[in-house]
Design a protein. Structure first.
Length: 187
């Protein structure tokens, strides 16, 4: 076994990324304090060909030097929209046919490892502030909450880490397991 070269990885150009079929997932960032966390979500969203990112409230938005530092160019590839309120973003998502979930520990939440989404299902996931999480008023507008099972003493994850875990679970069933490259299955 050997490490693959950059050429062997088959990286898309910005133009190829923009034209590629996206996975119907929208990452919703509600009042994220750290621009570094926002940038990390951009980078992870690029890696998984996510449809877009919705940036809400006082979350940093491109162009921003701290986003640029962690996004490593993904802020140029991943489509994003800014909304003043989460309610406005959810209204836009509903109009687009998305089912909306908050990434939050809540009564009746769905365990991430036990929830099943259809490959074509349009999913939006709201990630909340690093300290206060997803606002209760936002949870009330969602179709449910997705909870990442946690087994240790701490029962919280950094938003960028949580976004990566949730995205992988949403994307992994949409990837051809028999391909040497991570290409989406087409219906």
């Amino acid at each position: 076994m050997r490490k693959l070269s950059m050429e062997e990885l088959g990286r898309k150009s910005v133009q190829e990324f923009k034209q590629a079929e996206k996975i119907p997932v929208v990452m919703v960032l509600e009042n994220i304090r750290s621009a570094y966390n926002v940038g990390s979500v951009f980078r992870t969203s690029d890696a998984f060909l996510v449809q877009s990112i919705y940036i809400i409230g006082y979350s940093a938005k491109p162009p921003h030097k701290e986003i640029k530092k962690t996004a490593l160019g993904a802020e140029e590839t991943v489509d994003w929209k800014y909304f003043k309120t989460t309610a406005e973003a959810i209204e836009d998502l509903r109009a687009g046919g998305f089912n909306i979930y908050a990434a939050e520990q809540a009564e009746g939440s769905y365990k991430l490892n036990a929830i099943g989404f259809e490959p074509e299902e349009k999913i939006a996931v709201v990630f909340g502030n690093e300290v206060t999480g997803v606002e209760q008023s936002t949870i009330a507008l969602c179709d449910g909450c997705i909870e990442i099972p946690q087994l240790g003493m701490k029962h919280s994850l950094n938003i960028a880490t949580a976004a990566g875990v949730v995205l992988w679970e949403l994307v992994r069933t949409r990837i051809d397991p028999f391909s040497n490259k991570s290409e989406m299955l087409t219906a």
